[in-house]
Design a protein around this ligand. Structure first.
Ligand SMILES: Nc1ncnc2c1ncn2[C@@H]1O[C@H](COP(=O)(O)OP(=O)(O)OP(=O)(O)O)[C@@H](O)[C@H]1O
Length: 237
């Protein structure tokens, strides 16, 4: 299959503050990620991982540069996409460290909320949600409320929710931080399967060395730019 670009970043810059309080976080970063790739983003605390993810996710405005999502240029020294919420809704699934489930909706309702907003039928959305819950080994919790689940279980529901909308891009900020080794590996294997089968580009911020062999590429923030660390072919699972 021909590799198609999912994310293209050109000369991206992000500064916070001005004058004496200027903080340069990302400076002149350029890179490309293709559909179907599972990419780890690793860098020390404060290096700008969340900042980079939030710019790609059209949540945080860059200082300058270009961001392409698929065929669409969404930022070119200013937002080109008039409605960044639409881009987020249609193209991107987010997974955060904290799960942010809606406390008064049960598991299945939390997962199907967004697909229904996007005009997928309730039946179709529920079927997809159940498949994802089975894959994540929490199908028995489909009708539980978030308050009845453990942190790890809630995080798996949040992962299912991010996948439910068939996004082109998934941005995950330490999705396995709350999970034990077995669950972390099962989650990352699921993300890899989804990347391949659904042709989704997935960027995962992680500090979890146990899961690194499952990624296609390792991306690092170095000197405020992006570098890729080549994985040994034999290392890739
Ligand atoms: N709104 C803001 N205003 C000013 N500085 C900010 C703001 N948001 C982030 N920063 C600074 O930008 C830098 C990068 O922060 P960011 O949260 O992206 O790092 P990170 O790599 O995700 O860190 P961690 O691993 O600790 O989550 C830090 O120095 C941080 O203090």
């Amino acid at each position: 299959m021909e590799k198609k670009s999912a994310i293209k970043i050109k000369k991206l810059v992000k500064n916070f503050g001005k004058n004496d309080s200027l903080v340069k976080v990302i400076d002149n970063a350029s890179f490309e990620i293709n559909k179907g790739e599972l990419v780890a983003l690793i860098a020390p605390s404060g290096a700008g991982k969340t900042t980079l993810l939030m710019m790609i996710g059209c949540v945080l405005e860059p200082t300058s540069g270009e961001i392409w999502l698929g065929e669409e240029v969404v930022y070119n020294n200013k937002w080109i996409a008039k409605d960044t919420r639409r881009i987020r809704r249609e193209k991107i699934g987010f997974i955060f460290q904290a799960h942010y489930l809606i406390p008064f909706l049960n598991v299945i309702e939390n997962i199907t909320l967004l697909p229904q907003v996007n005009k997928v039928s309730e039946k179709e959305a529920k079927q997809k949600a159940m498949e994802l819950l089975e894959y994540l080994e929490i199908a028995d919790k489909a009708h539980a409320m978030p308050s009845q689940l453990s942190g790890g279980q809630n995080q798996r529901v949040a992962i299912a929710r991010a996948l439910a909308n068939n996004p082109e891009i998934i941005l995950a900020d330490e999705p396995t931080a709350a999970l034990d080794a077995h669950r972390s590996i099962s989650v990352i294997k699921m993300l890899k399967k989804i990347a391949i089968e659904q042709n989704v580009a997935i960027i995962t911020v992680t500090h979890d060395e146990r899961i690194l062999p499952y990624f296609d590429k390792i991306m690092k923030i170095q000197n405020r730019g992006i570098v890729f660390e080549e994985l040994d072919e034999n290392q890739i699972l």
